[in-house]
Write a protein that binds this ligand. Structure first.
Ligand code: ADP
Length: 328
């Protein structure tokens, strides 16, 4: 056992037969003790380095990726604006055989305010992702202001189109930086302005360091509603001509949603505002509603008219008011 090992070790070292003195032995052991920690630490440092290199590899792979959408000599940058047209757009997720969008054609005039509605899984988010060019149609074409979406340089698209996803990401920075990050120049006044429009200001008063509060993974944790409003503010900040909000108001109560919608409409006058909504009460007043069902555009028109027509929109509305149908 252990005892035998120690005796053998001491024997091997020559302590037992007197080849070395006990003093040497103690000194040897204390050196061993001094060496132990650096040896362990070395293993740890090598490990950290290896992980660092692996991460660096992945980062380099991203940095090496060519910006494939910037045509050569595209001339002066020109932020996208104008009418959005979808022409028989079909979309399948890579590796899937099912079409999530099936030959959808629609027109959203410049400066209009429209809603895209439909049940869960009807394809609303996918449609928004296609317009924001996060994915490309499997077939069909999207045009903005007459330009084919795939030919628009990245910068023009970024300057003209703002998209607030359902789940927005907060970086480990201050709230102010998180909201201002889409702007070309830092503008604290604009950040505060969009904070007011998005109704973030009452929350900010309660945060430990106000606008300078660190958020993100290692910072102050925002509630779902606060995150949504922060995402809205971030999207508004650079004043895009086209604004797409994917269910961004869903965790607000109906009254706050109404206030925010009024402000949004005022803020985005003359701009195109596309809202995706799950909740239909706010949609009734809308001039332009697109109704999706199983990836198809099944109805479009004014909210109140659709409600009267008794078609898919009215069905959705009824279902929502009654809640999910009981099983059986
Ligand atoms: P909605 O926003 O109307 O709820 P989505 O656009 O999120 O609908 O989803 C439409 C359909 O596409 C759903 O059936 C969903 O399961 C499917 N889907 C969504 N994202 C993916 C993905 N990354 N890969 C494969 N299928 C997906």
């Amino acid at each position: 056992g252990l005892g035998t090992a120690v005796v053998l070790w001491l024997g091997g070292l020559g302590v037992l037969d007197g080849r070395i003195t006990l003093g040497d032995f103690v000194a040897f052991n204390s050196y061993l003790g001094i060496l132990a920690w650096p040896t362990v630490a070395m293993g740890w440092v090598i490990n950290v380095f290896q992980r660092g290199f692996a991460a660096l590899d992945r980062i380099c792979a991203i940095l090496d990726e060519p910006a494939d959408r910037d045509p050569e000599g595209s001339g002066e940058p020109e932020a996208v604006a104008g009418e959005i047209e979808l022409d028989r757009v079909t979309f399948r997720y890579p590796g899937s055989s099912r079409s999530v969008l099936d030959s959808v054609s629609l027109r959203i005039p410049a400066g209009s305010f429209c809603w895209i509605v439909g049940g869960v899984g009807s394809g609303k988010t996918t449609l928004a992702h296609l317009i924001a060019r996060l994915y490309h149609p499997t077939s069909g074409e999207i045009r903005i202001g007459g330009r084919r979406l795939e030919e628009i340089p990245d910068q023009d698209l970024r300057d003209g189109l703002g998209f607030a996803p359902q789940e927005s990401f907060l970086f480990s920075r201050s709230l102010e930086e998180n909201i201002g990050m889409g702007m070309k120049f830092s503008d604290p006044d604009r950040v505060r302005e969009v904070g007011r429009i998005s109704r973030l200001d009452p929350d900010i008063d309660e945060m430990p360091a106000g606008w300078k509060t660190m958020v993100g993974e290692r910072g102050f944790t925002l509630s779902g509603g606060q995150r949504q409003r922060a995402a809205l503010a971030r999207t508004l900040a650079p004043r895009p001509q086209i604004l797409i909000l994917d269910d961004t108001l869903s965790s607000l109560d109906a009254e706050t949603e109404k206030i925010l919608l009024d402000r949004l409409r005022r803020e985005s006058r003359g701009k195109t505002l596309i809202l995706i909504s799950h909740r239909l009460t706010s949609v009734i007043d809308a001039d332009q509603v697109f109704v999706l069902r199983d990836g198809k555009l099944v109805e479009e028109g004014k909210g109140s008219e659709l409600l009267e027509a008794g078609g898919p929109f009215a069905d959705l509305f009824r279902q929502q008011r009654l809640g999910p149908e009981p099983a059986g």
